[in-house]
Design a binder for this molecule. Sequence first.
Ligand code: AMP
Length: 219
Amino acid sequence: MADREHNIVMLGPPGAGKGTQAVRLSRRLGVPHISTGDILREAVANDTELGRQAKGYMDAGELVPDELVIAIARARLAREDCAGGFVLDGFPRTVPQAEALGEVVDELGREPLLVINLRVPEEEIIRRLSTRRTCEECGGIYTAEDGDIGDPCPDPDCDGRLYQRSDDTPEAIAERLRAYAAQTAPLIEYYDGRGLLVNVSGEGAPDDIAQAVYAVATD
Ligand code: AMP
């Protein structure tokens, strides 16, 4: 039900709830959810050439080189299902990626981006990431309260099991937060300076955050 283009970027530190909120928003707007992290994890699981190139960086919590992720995003955004818009989750993460995205949007003759920055304090981020559980089957994101590693997915329609992402260990979390501060946080100023940024609090009940995100996306 995209009555106009919704070209949205979800920005925020790891664990801010970008994935959860991006999925919900994309469903509500009827546009694809594009997560470069999901695309890379799938490539790793399938042991493709891309997966082999990306795995070492991902396990260490480091960013995958710009050329690789820019190529992924460029190919994905050119597909027909993105004509009414998209919700990008985890891309861009560096200024060169943001510049490349700007070029793609121009080349495709698309309307300007709306960048939604989910803000969550660092202590809360560390707590969330270290207790995060992910379903191997449906990709659903849960917490240790929903189930331990190896337990069945809480979604009754899914027969997968919960696991802990290999980059949700304390060492990888610390590295991801360093990568965020050094490489991704500058995008807040980059987009704010272009008048494209809206801040939304990522603290509180997921339903309330989803409502606030939808309100700014459709304003
Ligand atoms: P995510 O699921 O978005 O947290 O991404 C998981 C991991 O995939 C990151 O820690 C990076 O190693 C890699 N990754 C995902 N998106 C990007 C990106 N835009 N630039 C560089 N690396 C990325």
